[in-house]
Design a protein around this ligand. Structure first.
Ligand code: GDP
Ligand code: IMO
Ligand code: MG
Length: 424
């Protein structure tokens, strides 16, 4: 393994948590480099379900170091709750480190996330309302508060005072909302800071040392390529960079230090939040996929929009991430469907597009061009090799590979750790 980056190849929720957990067994270090607790990564280990938001999915293995890198945004209250919850389940969290440069989510970010979404009315993005966008806005505006500030009480008090004044002006005067209370935030965040201080360090140095010592380092993506602020379906995106390039800036490592890039995809497509979705199924099959696949958000509980697998999207993910392989999850969810459709191109005003459009206005006008394959009836949740799959399932995998110019290296047939196999 040495260094391997794992990213979502669609709109998030592809089953990254499961694959990272499986690969973490051989990892010395697992690194999160972007996003925050908008992420929800589910790991099912020996029948116990863990829902991780900020803590890297490697935490369940006793010898794996875990890093929350500089490119992330950290809600200290949520992180502490997550650590408490893990510890209550017997998980040792002492191997966690948080980068001193990671930005801190404050209550005014969460308030502003809600107010700005409401103000957009029908044009809302459908954010998770966890304060992610407003926190990254402060980072770009260069008024953000970082972990290194949080753990220095005097620095924190001063920066907080300035920011609360600015934010309360926006909250009350622009949106007519309720102001946040400086004293209350100061007290609660000072207590979070005391508990988090031992975890805070320069993680870029630790990651570099691990790589130089030939250790196995896994980079854990959150969200997915289509939610990338630059190359995703803007403005229906998150405010960070969930592509492999995001690991370089978000973990403080150069691109030559990351060797392989695995894209995680579902055997169909889902999306939470708003924005165009060419293969969306607003019908009985879409509802069936949602129920059989339990497609409800890990973070917000929202019903996920469901549709057929879209090879145009996967080709895009292969390109923007430089993927060296795909892990395809949830093949079991498609069992029992008579016919399975695979989108291989888009049609727009009579023209055929093979590449994902850069403008969502154009995407909204695209119609999917499908090939149709026969489905399979067998329960495949016990399959542990390609040979165990019904012929039609194998044909489906072959059809996907021939469209995307990338090998399917792993297949998922259930949520548990062992319901997955490698493809030689
Ligand atoms: P992530 O955000 O990419 O980590 O994905 P989520 O955890 O939000 O959503 C994926 C869901 O699918 C979780 O409930 C997983 O337990 C589940 N899952 C992952 N792989 C498989 C699979 O191969 N089959 C089935 N049926 N469920 C899976
Ligand atoms: P994981 O890591 C799916 C979506 C939100 C919304 C948009 C912007 O579990 O795959 P934000 O709160 O980030 O400003 O919301 O991005 N979104 C996700 N969708 N999985 C996620 O994470 C997501 N994180 C954010 O639904 O459409
Ligand atoms: Mg998720």
């Amino acid at each position: 393994m040495r260094t391997l980056a794992l990213v979502g190849a669609q709109w998030g929720d592809e089953g990254k948590g499961k694959i990272i957990d499986i690969l973490s067994e051989q990892a010395d270090m697992v690194v999160r480099a972007q996003g925050g607790n908008n992420a929800g990564h589910t790991v099912v280990a020996d029948g116990v379900t863990y829902k991780l938001h900020l803590v890297p999915s490697g935490i369940l293995y006793p010898n794996t170091d875990c890093v929350i890198g500089n490119g992330t945004v950290v809600d200290p209250k949520v992180l502490l709750e997550e650590l408490d919850d893990l510890q209550a389940k017997g998980v040792d969290c002492s191997r966690l480190k948080i980068d001193a440069r990671a930005h801190v989510i404050l209550p005014y970010h969460i308030v502003l996330d809600g107010l700005s979404e409401n103000a957009r009315g029908n044009a809302d993005i459908g954010t998770t309302k966890k304060g992610i966008g407003p926190c990254y806005m402060d980072k770009a505006e260069r008024i953000g508060i970082r972990m290194c500030d949080l753990i220095e009480p005097r620095v924190f008090a001063e920066k907080l005072k300035n920011n609360v004044e600015i934010k309360n002006n926006i909250i009350t005067k622009l949106y007519g909302g309720e102001p946040v209370d400086y004293r209350e935030i100061l007290d609660s965040y000072n207590s979070y800071a005391k508990r988090l201080k031992p975890y805070v360090t320069d993680t870029s140095v630790l990651i570099y040392q691990a790589i130089k010592q030939n250790k196995n380092v896994l980079f854990e993506g959150a969200q997915g390529a289509l939610l990338d602020l630059d190359v995703g379906t803007y403005p229906y995106v998150t405010s960070s960079h969930p592509v492999t390039g995001g690991f370089c800036v978000g973990a403080g490592v150069g691109p030559t230090l990351i060797k392989d890039c695995l894209g995680i995809a579902k055997s169909y497509t889902t999306r939470v939040g708003k924005g165009p979705f060419p293969t969306e199924l607003d019908d009985e099959i879409g509802r069936r996929i949602r129920e059989v696949g339990a497609e409800y958000g890990t973070t917000t509980g929202r019903a996920r929009r469901c549709g057929w697998l879209d090879a145009v999207i996967l080709r895009f993910a292969v390109r923007v991430n430089g993927l060296t392989g795909i892990a395809l999850n949830k093949l079991d969810t498609l069992s029992g469907l008579k016919k399975i459709k695979l989108c291989v191109a888009y049609e727009k005003n009579g023209a055929i597009l093979k590449d994902f459009p850069s403008d969502i206005a154009e995407l909204a006008d695209c119609r999917p061009v499908y090939i149709e394959l026969d489905g399979w009836d067998e329960d495949i949740s016990q399959a542990r090799s390609i040979a165990d799959l019904p012929e039609n399932a194998r044909k489906y995998l072959a059809a996907i590979e021939s469209e995307i110019d990338c090998k399917i290296k792993m297949v998922g047939v259930g949520p548990d750790r062992d319901q997955n196999f490698n493809v030689d």
